[in-house]
Design a protein around this ligand. Structure first.
Ligand code: ZN
Ligand code: ZN
Ligand code: ZN
Length: 204
């Protein structure tokens, strides 16, 4: 048996993948030999088992292997990463979050220490950030500030999430010209609204 090492092994894997894609695109049915990674049917996606034929090129290309949890998942479960070859992170979103949560306290204290030791740089960064803000960003900032001020002064009270009723919602603005006219929503549902997965207007 030939033992492939390092660079040679990578070359071989790339060649094998190219061959698989070529065969698939020619419409030749290909039986997975078990060396390809099994797809973990997340979210009802089609499942590739070592003994079932790969169904289509689309299935093959929309899956990516996470080097942390060693599972094959839908490409949509990976964060975008401009610096990487395929534009996606090496580890899946769930693993990224777990990694971040684990190191959160360390991250925060390291940032605080850095900021303290680099006050000048820190101020400069902030100044540059403010200078480069677009008019829209500036407007959003000032509207949020007005809302925060009104809440602090007790002029208005933070409401519950209009979807799940979680207390202490975030004020979502449909119209930035009305700073105090907001829909109260929790962080989770706010993000889902901006990802256009739900529409908050359906809940108010
Ligand atoms: Zn993972
Ligand atoms: Zn909610
Ligand atoms: Zn919003």
């Amino acid at each position: 048996m030939i033992v492939y090492k390092g660079e040679m092994r990578v070359q071989w894997l790339l060649m094998r993948d190219r061959l698989i894609i070529l065969l698939l695109s020619l419409g030749i049915s290909f039986v997975n030999t078990g060396s390809a990674m099994p797809l973990n049917g997340a979210g009802g996606s089609p499942r590739l088992s070592p003994h079932r034929p790969v169904l289509s090129l689309g299935v093959f290309l929309s899956a990516k292997w996470c080097s942390k949890c060693k599972e094959t998942k839908e490409v949509s479960e990976f964060n975008n990463l401009v610096a990487s070859k395929d534009g996606k992170d090496r580890i899946c979103r769930k693993c990224t979050k777990e990694k971040y949560d684990k190191n959160r306290a360390t991250h925060i204290s390291a940032t605080i220490t850095w900021n303290r030791n680099n006050k000048k740089k820190c101020l400069n960064n902030l100044r540059n950030y403010r200078k480069n803000m677009s008019d829209e960003q500036r407007l959003r900032c000032s509207v949020r500030r007005k809302l925060r001020y009104a809440v602090e002064k007790g002029k208005i009270k933070r409401g519950n999430c209009c979807v799940c009723n979680e207390p202490n919602g975030i004020g979502h603005h449909e119209d930035y010209s009305k700073p105090l006219d907001v829909i109260w929503v929790c962080d989770k549902h706010h993000k889902r609204h901006h990802r256009k997965e739900i529409n908050l207007l359906d809940y108010v």
